[in-house]
Design a protein around this ligand. Structure first.
Ligand code: ADP
Ligand code: MG
Ligand code: MG
Length: 252
C-alpha cells in the first residue's frame, strides 16, 4: 500500500524558514486534510514535496514506499507516484492539454510501453465526460483562457489520467461553485483506493462535506499543531481558528 511518512520537514523560501518541522503519517487508502489560516505554509508544504526549486528543503524526509522523495529529482518524484493539483495552475501556451497529458503519462512508463494514441483519446474522453468537461478542452492550450473552475477540473482530469499513489490537492475548492465542487469531489472519490493516499489542503470545511477525511490536521506558522477526526473540521468551520491559538498559546 501507498504508505507515506513525512518526518521533521523544514523548508525555506529565500532564506526564510516557512516549514518548521512537519510530521505526518499516511497509510494507503486514507484521506488526510490539512487546514489552516492563510500564509501558514500549506502550499509551501505541497511545493516542497513536489520539489519546486524556490522552496529549499533544509531538513527532514518524506518516504513513500521506502524511498525518500526529497532525495529525488522532480520528474522522479512524479514517476514515483506523487501528484499535486495546484492552487494556481499555470498556463502553457503552445502545449495542448492532450499533448501535455500524453507525454506526462508516457514519461511515467517504461520505454516501449507508451500508451497508444487511440487508447489515450478514449480514456481522456471518458474521464472528461465524468468531469462534465467539453471535449474541446483536449485541444486547447494548457489552462490558457480557462476559467478558475475549468482549471480545477483540468487538474482533476490530470489526476485521473496519471493514476498517482499520493495525491495532494491544494485548495481545489477555491473558485468552484457548488455544482463544480460536487463534480470535482465525485472525481476524487471515484479514485479512492487502498493503493492511494490523499492530502487535501483546504482553508474551508465545505470541501470536506464532499470528500470525507479520515484525519484532519491544523497547520499554523509552519507546524501541524493539532490533529483529529472530521469533527475538528466542523469545529473550525463553526468557531474559526482563534480557539486553537488560545488552547495552544500560539501568538500571531
Ligand atoms: P498558505 O498556503 O498556507 O496560505 P503559503 O505556503 O502560500 O501559505 O505561504 C507561507 C509563507 O511563505 C507566507 O508568508 C508567504 O508569503 C511565503 N511565501 C510563499 N510562497 C512564496 C514565494 N514564492 N516567495 C516568497 N514568499 C513566499
Ligand atoms: Mg494561501
Ligand atoms: Mg496556499
Amino acid at each position: 500500500a501507498a504508505d507515506f511518512v513525512i518526518e521533521g520537514l523544514k523548508a525555506s523560501i529565500e532564506g526564510k524558514e516557512i516549514l518548521k518541522g512537519i510530521n505526518l503519517q499516511m497509510k494507503g487508502g486514507e484521506i488526510h486534510a490539512i487546514m489552516g489560516p492563510n500564509g501558514t505554509g500549506k502550499s509551501t508544504l505541497a511545493s516542497a514535496l513536489m520539489g519546486h526549486p524556490k522552496y529549499v528543503v533544509t531538513e527532514g524526509t518524506a518516504v513513500l514506499e521506502g524511498e525518500d522523495l526529497l532525495e529525488m529529482a522532480v520528474d522522479e518524484r512524479a514517476r514515483a507516484g506523487l501528484f499535486l493539483a495546484m492552487q494556481y495552475p499555470s498556463e502553457i501556451s503552445g502545449v495542448t492539454n492532450s499533448d501535455f497529458l500524453r507525454s506526462a503519462i508516457n514519461s511515467r512508463r517504461e520505454e516501449g510501453s507508451e500508451i497508444s494514441l487511440i487508447r489515450f483519446i478514449r480514456q481522456m474522453e471518458a474521464k472528461m465526460k465524468e468531469l462534465d468537461m467539453n471535449p474541446e478542452f483536449l485541444h486547447r492550450y494548457l489552462n490558457e483562457g480557462f476559467s478558475g473552475g475549468e482549471k480545477k477540473r483540468n487538474e482533476i482530469l490530470q489526476m485521473m489520467m496519471l493514476d498517482p499513489k499520493i495525491v495532494i490537492l491544494d485548495e481545489i475548492d477555491s473558485g468552484l461553485d457548488i455544482d463544480a465542487l460536487k463534480i470535482v469531489a465525485e472525481g476524487v472519490n471515484s479514485m479512492r483506493s487502498p493503493e492511494r493516499g490523499f492530502l487535501v489542503i483546504t482553508h474551508y470545511q465545505r470541501l470536506l462535506n464532499y470528500i470525507k477525511p479520515d484525519y484532519v490536521h491544523v497547520m499554523m506558522q509552519g507546524r501541524i499543531v493539532k490533529s483529529g477526526g472530521s469533527e475538528l473540521a466542523e469545529r473550525l468551520e463553526a468557531e474559526g481558528y482563534e480557539w486553537v491559538k488560545e488552547e495552544l498559546g500560539i501568538e500571531d
